[in-house]
Ligand binder design. Structure first.
Ligand code: BTN
Length: 265
Protein backbone atom coordinates (compact mmCIF):
# COMPACT_ATOMS: atom_id res chain seq x y z
CA UNK A 1 0.00 0.00 0.00
CA UNK A 2 1.30 3.47 -0.84
CA UNK A 3 2.05 5.66 2.18
CA UNK A 4 -0.87 8.03 1.79
CA UNK A 5 -3.37 5.17 2.15
CA UNK A 6 -1.86 3.78 5.35
CA UNK A 7 -4.17 6.04 7.38
CA UNK A 8 -7.32 4.38 5.97
CA UNK A 9 -7.85 1.76 8.72
CA UNK A 10 -7.39 4.40 11.44
CA UNK A 11 -9.80 6.81 9.72
CA UNK A 12 -12.41 4.06 9.27
CA UNK A 13 -12.15 3.18 12.97
CA UNK A 14 -12.16 6.84 14.07
CA UNK A 15 -15.39 7.50 12.17
CA UNK A 16 -16.98 4.29 13.45
CA UNK A 17 -17.78 3.02 9.96
CA UNK A 18 -19.30 -0.40 9.42
CA UNK A 19 -17.82 -0.47 5.90
CA UNK A 20 -14.08 -0.55 5.22
CA UNK A 21 -12.83 -3.38 7.39
CA UNK A 22 -11.20 -5.79 7.06
CA UNK A 23 -9.04 -4.11 4.43
CA UNK A 24 -7.03 -6.03 1.84
CA UNK A 25 -4.68 -3.86 -0.16
CA UNK A 26 -2.71 -5.17 -3.12
CA UNK A 27 -0.03 -3.46 -5.10
CA UNK A 28 -1.40 -5.14 -8.23
CA UNK A 29 -4.40 -7.31 -8.90
CA UNK A 30 -6.51 -8.33 -11.90
CA UNK A 31 -9.67 -6.58 -10.66
CA UNK A 32 -10.69 -5.60 -7.13
CA UNK A 33 -14.25 -6.63 -8.03
CA UNK A 34 -12.98 -10.15 -8.72
CA UNK A 35 -11.04 -10.15 -5.42
CA UNK A 36 -14.15 -9.06 -3.52
CA UNK A 37 -16.41 -11.51 -5.33
CA UNK A 38 -14.09 -14.43 -4.62
CA UNK A 39 -13.80 -13.42 -0.97
CA UNK A 40 -17.57 -12.99 -0.65
CA UNK A 41 -18.07 -16.56 -1.91
CA UNK A 42 -15.60 -17.73 0.74
CA UNK A 43 -17.61 -15.94 3.46
CA UNK A 44 -15.91 -12.54 3.76
CA UNK A 45 -17.89 -10.36 6.18
CA UNK A 46 -19.99 -7.39 5.14
CA UNK A 47 -17.85 -4.28 4.95
CA UNK A 48 -14.73 -6.05 3.63
CA UNK A 49 -12.76 -3.65 1.44
CA UNK A 50 -10.43 -4.65 -1.41
CA UNK A 51 -8.10 -1.95 -2.62
CA UNK A 52 -5.40 -2.01 -5.28
CA UNK A 53 -2.79 0.39 -6.57
CA UNK A 54 -3.14 -1.07 -10.07
CA UNK A 55 -5.34 -3.52 -11.96
CA UNK A 56 -4.34 -5.64 -14.93
CA UNK A 57 -7.97 -6.34 -15.89
CA UNK A 58 -9.96 -3.47 -14.38
CA UNK A 59 -13.53 -3.72 -15.60
CA UNK A 60 -16.27 -1.24 -16.29
CA UNK A 61 -19.87 -1.77 -17.32
CA UNK A 62 -20.81 -3.18 -20.73
CA UNK A 63 -17.53 -5.09 -20.98
CA UNK A 64 -15.39 -1.96 -20.96
CA UNK A 65 -11.88 -1.69 -19.52
CA UNK A 66 -11.11 0.63 -16.59
CA UNK A 67 -7.75 2.32 -17.08
CA UNK A 68 -5.81 3.84 -14.20
CA UNK A 69 -2.10 4.60 -13.70
CA UNK A 70 -0.45 2.77 -10.78
CA UNK A 71 -0.72 4.45 -7.40
CA UNK A 72 -2.48 7.58 -8.62
CA UNK A 73 -6.16 6.93 -8.11
CA UNK A 74 -8.65 4.96 -6.05
CA UNK A 75 -9.55 1.44 -7.16
CA UNK A 76 -11.62 -0.44 -4.63
CA UNK A 77 -14.46 -2.88 -4.09
CA UNK A 78 -16.64 -3.44 -1.07
CA UNK A 79 -18.52 -6.54 -0.02
CA UNK A 80 -21.97 -5.71 1.29
CA UNK A 81 -24.63 -8.15 2.39
CA UNK A 82 -27.90 -6.26 2.33
CA UNK A 83 -30.26 -9.28 2.54
CA UNK A 84 -32.60 -7.79 -0.06
CA UNK A 85 -34.34 -9.08 -3.19
CA UNK A 86 -32.39 -8.70 -6.49
CA UNK A 87 -34.71 -5.85 -7.58
CA UNK A 88 -33.12 -3.62 -4.92
CA UNK A 89 -29.60 -4.00 -6.35
CA UNK A 90 -29.66 -1.56 -9.35
CA UNK A 91 -30.42 1.50 -7.17
CA UNK A 92 -27.30 0.73 -5.13
CA UNK A 93 -25.12 1.94 -8.02
CA UNK A 94 -26.85 5.32 -7.77
CA UNK A 95 -26.24 5.43 -4.01
CA UNK A 96 -22.58 4.69 -4.66
CA UNK A 97 -22.49 7.41 -7.32
CA UNK A 98 -23.98 9.86 -4.85
CA UNK A 99 -21.44 8.94 -2.16
CA UNK A 100 -18.59 9.51 -4.64
CA UNK A 101 -20.19 12.74 -5.86
CA UNK A 102 -20.38 14.14 -2.33
CA UNK A 103 -16.79 13.13 -1.51
CA UNK A 104 -15.47 14.68 -4.74
CA UNK A 105 -17.59 17.83 -4.37
CA UNK A 106 -16.15 18.36 -0.88
CA UNK A 107 -12.72 18.72 -2.51
CA UNK A 108 -13.35 20.36 -5.88
CA UNK A 109 -16.37 22.47 -4.92
CA UNK A 110 -20.11 21.82 -5.09
CA UNK A 111 -20.88 23.18 -8.57
CA UNK A 112 -21.05 20.85 -11.56
CA UNK A 113 -20.29 17.56 -9.79
CA UNK A 114 -23.08 15.29 -10.96
CA UNK A 115 -24.25 11.69 -11.04
CA UNK A 116 -24.97 10.42 -14.55
CA UNK A 117 -27.41 7.52 -14.53
CA UNK A 118 -26.73 4.69 -14.08
CA UNK A 119 -23.18 4.69 -12.73
CA UNK A 120 -20.95 7.64 -13.58
CA UNK A 121 -19.81 10.70 -11.68
CA UNK A 122 -19.03 13.72 -13.84
CA UNK A 123 -17.35 17.03 -13.18
CA UNK A 124 -18.23 19.68 -15.75
CA UNK A 125 -19.45 16.89 -18.02
CA UNK A 126 -16.26 14.80 -17.83
CA UNK A 127 -16.13 11.43 -16.10
CA UNK A 128 -14.21 11.41 -12.81
CA UNK A 129 -15.47 8.11 -11.40
CA UNK A 130 -17.34 4.95 -12.35
CA UNK A 131 -19.26 2.37 -10.34
CA UNK A 132 -19.61 -1.32 -11.14
CA UNK A 133 -22.12 -3.15 -8.95
CA UNK A 134 -22.28 -6.95 -9.19
CA UNK A 135 -24.23 -9.37 -7.05
CA UNK A 136 -24.49 -13.02 -6.19
CA UNK A 137 -27.95 -14.40 -5.58
CA UNK A 138 -28.96 -17.44 -3.54
CA UNK A 139 -32.59 -18.49 -4.08
CA UNK A 140 -34.64 -15.31 -4.18
CA UNK A 141 -32.27 -13.26 -1.96
CA UNK A 142 -29.06 -11.45 -2.63
CA UNK A 143 -26.14 -13.15 -0.90
CA UNK A 144 -23.56 -10.43 -1.54
CA UNK A 145 -23.27 -7.21 -3.48
CA UNK A 146 -19.90 -6.08 -4.73
CA UNK A 147 -19.66 -2.32 -5.06
CA UNK A 148 -16.64 -1.54 -7.24
CA UNK A 149 -15.53 2.06 -7.57
CA UNK A 150 -12.79 3.75 -9.54
CA UNK A 151 -12.09 7.44 -8.86
CA UNK A 152 -9.49 9.43 -10.76
CA UNK A 153 -7.74 11.35 -8.00
CA UNK A 154 -4.09 12.24 -8.65
CA UNK A 155 -3.73 11.51 -12.38
CA UNK A 156 -2.92 14.60 -14.43
CA UNK A 157 -1.99 12.80 -17.65
CA UNK A 158 -4.98 10.60 -18.36
CA UNK A 159 -4.58 7.75 -20.88
CA UNK A 160 -4.99 9.07 -24.42
CA UNK A 161 -8.04 6.87 -25.02
CA UNK A 162 -10.03 8.76 -22.35
CA UNK A 163 -8.26 12.13 -22.06
CA UNK A 164 -11.00 14.09 -23.84
CA UNK A 165 -13.90 12.62 -21.87
CA UNK A 166 -12.39 12.05 -18.41
CA UNK A 167 -10.97 14.16 -15.62
CA UNK A 168 -9.50 13.78 -12.13
CA UNK A 169 -9.71 15.50 -8.76
CA UNK A 170 -6.22 16.94 -9.31
CA UNK A 171 -7.31 18.48 -12.62
CA UNK A 172 -10.47 19.99 -11.11
CA UNK A 173 -9.01 21.47 -7.91
CA UNK A 174 -9.63 25.14 -7.30
CA UNK A 175 -6.51 27.32 -7.55
CA UNK A 176 -4.40 27.26 -4.38
CA UNK A 177 -6.05 24.14 -2.95
CA UNK A 178 -3.78 21.53 -1.31
CA UNK A 179 -3.13 18.33 -3.29
CA UNK A 180 -5.96 15.81 -3.06
CA UNK A 181 -5.82 13.31 -0.20
CA UNK A 182 -6.72 9.80 -1.44
CA UNK A 183 -7.34 8.44 2.06
CA UNK A 184 -9.74 11.24 2.99
CA UNK A 185 -11.70 10.87 -0.26
CA UNK A 186 -11.94 7.09 0.14
CA UNK A 187 -13.16 7.35 3.72
CA UNK A 188 -15.70 10.02 2.78
CA UNK A 189 -17.06 7.66 0.09
CA UNK A 190 -17.25 4.84 2.65
CA UNK A 191 -19.07 7.14 5.09
CA UNK A 192 -21.65 8.09 2.44
CA UNK A 193 -22.22 4.44 1.59
CA UNK A 194 -22.38 3.52 5.25
CA UNK A 195 -25.12 6.06 5.79
CA UNK A 196 -27.34 5.24 2.80
CA UNK A 197 -26.69 1.78 1.39
CA UNK A 198 -28.49 -0.37 3.96
CA UNK A 199 -31.48 1.91 4.00
CA UNK A 200 -31.85 1.97 0.19
CA UNK A 201 -31.41 -1.82 0.01
CA UNK A 202 -34.21 -2.23 2.54
CA UNK A 203 -36.61 0.50 1.44
CA UNK A 204 -35.66 1.83 -2.00
CA UNK A 205 -34.38 5.21 -3.07
CA UNK A 206 -36.95 7.33 -1.18
CA UNK A 207 -34.54 8.75 1.41
CA UNK A 208 -31.91 9.84 -1.12
CA UNK A 209 -34.26 10.65 -3.99
CA UNK A 210 -34.25 14.43 -3.51
CA UNK A 211 -30.44 14.55 -3.22
CA UNK A 212 -30.16 12.39 -6.29
CA UNK A 213 -32.47 14.75 -8.15
CA UNK A 214 -30.26 17.75 -7.32
CA UNK A 215 -27.16 15.84 -8.48
CA UNK A 216 -28.72 14.46 -11.67
CA UNK A 217 -26.53 15.16 -14.72
CA UNK A 218 -29.27 14.14 -17.15
CA UNK A 219 -32.39 15.88 -15.85
CA UNK A 220 -33.86 18.13 -18.52
CA UNK A 221 -31.30 17.00 -21.08
CA UNK A 222 -31.90 15.26 -24.39
CA UNK A 223 -30.69 11.67 -24.10
CA UNK A 224 -30.42 8.68 -26.40
CA UNK A 225 -30.00 4.99 -25.66
CA UNK A 226 -30.75 1.53 -27.05
CA UNK A 227 -34.42 2.07 -26.16
CA UNK A 228 -34.87 5.33 -28.01
CA UNK A 229 -34.44 9.02 -27.34
CA UNK A 230 -36.15 11.80 -25.45
CA UNK A 231 -35.79 14.20 -22.55
CA UNK A 232 -34.60 12.88 -19.17
CA UNK A 233 -37.01 13.66 -16.34
CA UNK A 234 -35.14 12.19 -13.38
CA UNK A 235 -34.96 8.77 -11.80
CA UNK A 236 -37.87 6.92 -10.16
CA UNK A 237 -37.66 5.38 -6.68
CA UNK A 238 -36.64 2.03 -8.21
CA UNK A 239 -33.66 3.67 -9.88
CA UNK A 240 -35.07 3.66 -13.41
CA UNK A 241 -34.38 6.60 -15.71
CA UNK A 242 -37.49 8.50 -16.73
CA UNK A 243 -37.41 9.56 -20.38
CA UNK A 244 -40.19 11.41 -22.15
CA UNK A 245 -40.19 10.78 -25.89
CA UNK A 246 -41.12 13.32 -28.54
CA UNK A 247 -44.73 12.07 -28.56
CA UNK A 248 -45.00 12.90 -24.84
CA UNK A 249 -44.93 9.27 -23.64
CA UNK A 250 -42.98 8.61 -20.43
CA UNK A 251 -40.63 5.59 -20.50
CA UNK A 252 -38.72 3.95 -17.65
CA UNK A 253 -35.32 2.65 -18.69
CA UNK A 254 -33.92 0.13 -16.28
CA UNK A 255 -30.51 -0.47 -17.79
CA UNK A 256 -28.23 0.37 -20.65
CA UNK A 257 -25.99 3.13 -21.82
CA UNK A 258 -27.19 6.69 -22.26
CA UNK A 259 -25.58 9.38 -24.35
CA UNK A 260 -26.15 13.01 -23.74
CA UNK A 261 -26.94 15.37 -26.57
CA UNK A 262 -24.92 18.59 -26.43
CA UNK A 263 -26.73 21.58 -24.92
CA UNK A 264 -28.26 23.86 -27.53
CA UNK A 265 -26.30 27.11 -27.86
C1 BTN B 1 -17.76 2.03 -15.35
O1 BTN B 1 -17.54 3.23 -15.45
O2 BTN B 1 -18.24 1.37 -16.28
C2 BTN B 1 -17.47 1.36 -14.04
C3 BTN B 1 -16.01 1.39 -13.70
C4 BTN B 1 -15.68 0.70 -12.40
C5 BTN B 1 -14.19 0.59 -12.18
C6 BTN B 1 -13.86 0.04 -10.82
S1 BTN B 1 -12.14 0.18 -10.45
C7 BTN B 1 -12.34 -0.81 -9.04
C8 BTN B 1 -13.31 -1.91 -9.41
N1 BTN B 1 -12.61 -3.02 -10.03
C9 BTN B 1 -12.94 -3.18 -11.30
O3 BTN B 1 -12.47 -4.05 -12.06
N2 BTN B 1 -13.86 -2.28 -11.66
C10 BTN B 1 -14.20 -1.42 -10.56
Amino acid sequence: MYKDLERVPALVAERGLALGAPLTCRDETASTNDDAKRAAKEGAPAGSLFLAESQTAGRGRMGRTWLSARGENLLFSLVVRPNCPPSRVPPLALVAGLAVRDAVAKVVGEGEVKVKWPNDVLVRGKKIAGVLVESTVVGSRVDAVIVGIGVNVLSRDLPEAIASIATSVALELPAGAPPPDRAAILVDVLAGLDRDLGHVAARGLGLVHARLGRADALRGRRVAGELGAGTAEGVDTDGRLLVRDDAGVLHRWSSGEVTLAPRRA
